[in-house]
Design a protein around this ligand. Structure first.
Ligand code: SAM
Length: 275
């Protein structure tokens, strides 16, 4: 297993990944904006757009860190609910989610969506909780310490599973995929955002220069931590490309697997279903 420019064992990788995120937790959100020039926000918005969650959906966001996906999810569902309510009032109809009476037996009230943020790192979750407090988010959100390879949840629990910029940090990707499949309900959807292989050669050259020469410098200047950001760049290079990851998902038992390249393949969004 590769870590930075050293070669380390699997157990060492897990503890080094833990230290990286423990070190960067407080600066994580600032660094994300600085390193991606704010573009990570658009990638995360794209994830929500493809997911298109409906009121009542239950999401598990693994490697959820400081909660970016969770906050977006709750906001998206709230706006869907308001849209459906407005539309229903205009047309004199019942909002579509009220028709699903087996899932929401008390019918009349709006169904509660919920998101569980699960991450192996307590420090990242601590920052997430502080963000939730400062945003006044009190319902529909919970924070759980857990490993993507051994999720602390029962089978068939969630409608949706997301993992954004997390899976490349996991030691056994196949084990994390197996666990994702286990906790999803039949019909549930898996969505993964991850750095991938740039498809345009000119962009690839620029991206190489930026990643190897600019990102560790930014890491040092903003977070005082060159090594962690060097790890970040290296781990991106080691991660399977779009087609390989699609193959891993299919081998793990996901159906209808497809992916979308974002920003010329800098990031790929993979999707698959549990049948
Ligand atoms: N999803 C968030 C986002 O997009 O902003 C955070 C991504 S951050 C780059 C990667 C996260 O993966 C870290 O919070 C780290 O603690 C978490 N992580 C690493 N290995 C993990 C594992 N085996 N299980 C769960 N989380 C893990």
């Amino acid at each position: 297993t590769h870590f930075g420019f050293e070669t380390v064992s699997e157990t060492e990788k897990a503890s080094k990944v833990y230290k990286v995120f423990e070190n960067v937790a407080q600066k994580y959100d600032v660094m994300n904006d600085a390193m991606s020039l704010g573009i990570h926000r658009l990638w995360k918005d794209a994830l929500l757009h493809v997911m298109h969650p409906q009121p009542g959906a239950r999401l598990l966001d693994v490697a959820g860190g400081t909660g970016d996906i969770a906050f977006r999810f709750l906001e998206y569902v709230r706006s869907q609910q308001e849209r459906q309510q407005r539309r229903a009032v205009l047309l004199g109809q019942t909002p579509s989610w009220q028709d699903v009476s087996d899932r929401y037996p008390d019918g009349g009230g709006a169904p509660e969506s919920a998101v569980v943020v699960c991450d192996i790192n307590k420090e990242m979750l601590k920052v997430g909780r502080q963000r939730a407090d400062s945003r006044g988010v009190t319902t529909g959100l919970s924070w759980v310490v857990g490993d993507a390879e051994e999720l602390p949840f029962n089978d068939d629990q969630f409608d949706l599973y997301t993992i954004a910029f997390g899976i490349r940090n996991v030691t056994h990707i196949d084990q994390a995929l197996k666990e994702a499949l286990r906790v999803l309900k039949p019909g549930g959807r898996f969505l993964c955002l991850e750095f991938s292989k740039v498809t345009n050669p000119v962009l690839e050259r620029l991206y190489d220069v930026y990643s190897f020469q600019v990102i560790p410098v930014l890491g040092e200047v903003i977070a005082g931590d060159w090594k962690s950001y060097q790890y970040l760049v290296e781990s991106i290079r080691k991660f399977p490309d779009q087609e390989e990851f699609k193959g891993l998902m299919e081998d793990s038992g996901f159906f209808c697997v497809q992916y979308f390249n974002l920003t010329g393949g800098v990031v790929a969004l993979h999707s698959g279903f549990k049948l």
